[in-house]
Design a binder for this molecule. Structure first.
Ligand code: HEC
Length: 145
């Protein structure tokens, strides 16, 4: 009887362990995990969509045209000679090569090597983060012509 009780308890503990390990989130690296990490960096950390996605009449981000490039919707409170008024499309990685993206995201420079124009941020990301962002951007459907 005692033996049966121990066996049942061991079995239940085993089932709990299996259930707990099934719920463990997959580490966001490699394969689709890389795309998911890129999505997290773009949408929840660096907020690229705030500038690179168009807005509707109410000023809300238009998710049907996600990352398809947009006019900059705010102006600086002091004059900038090099203020950029348009953020280019990033969906499908836009017209940018991987080397361009590495310049922008890791070195904080335009693909040409010139200084980034505001309001685009000057990023100094790790190569791993830049690669995750590229993987995610390539997974976003590019603009329909
Ligand atoms: C605060 C607004 C804003 C945010 C946030 C932002 N961008 Fe930009 N981005 C811009 C603007 C405006 C330009 C155009 C700069 C220009 O024409 O010189 C730009 C340019 C770029 C370029 C082209 C390189 C260049 O400077 O010409 C790339 C690539 C880019 N952004 C990627 C990203 C990514 C990826 C993110 C998020 C990790 C991001 N941007 C976040 C506004 C923004």
């Amino acid at each position: 009887m005692k033996k049966t009780l121990v066996a049942v308890m061991v079995l239940m503990a085993g089932m709990c362990w299996v259930a707990a390990s099934a719920q463990k989130p997959v580490a966001p690296t490699g394969g689709n995990g890389q795309v998911e990490r890129g999505r997290y960096l773009v949408e929840d950390v660096a907020m690229c969509g705030e500038c690179h996605s168009p807005r509707d009449d109410q000023g809300q981000l238009d998710h049907s045209r996600w990352l398809q490039g947009a006019p900059v919707w705010f102006t600086p409170n002091q004059a900038y000679s090099d203020w950029a008024f348009r953020a280019p499309p990033l969906a499908g990685q836009g017209s940018f090569t991987d080397a361009d993206m590495i310049m922008v995201l890791e070195k904080g420079l335009q693909p040409t090597g010139r200084a980034i124009r505001p309001p685009m941020h000057v990023y100094h990301m790790s190569h791993e983060d830049a690669e995750a962002i590229m993987a995610y951007l390539k997974s976003v459907p590019p603009m329909r012509q």
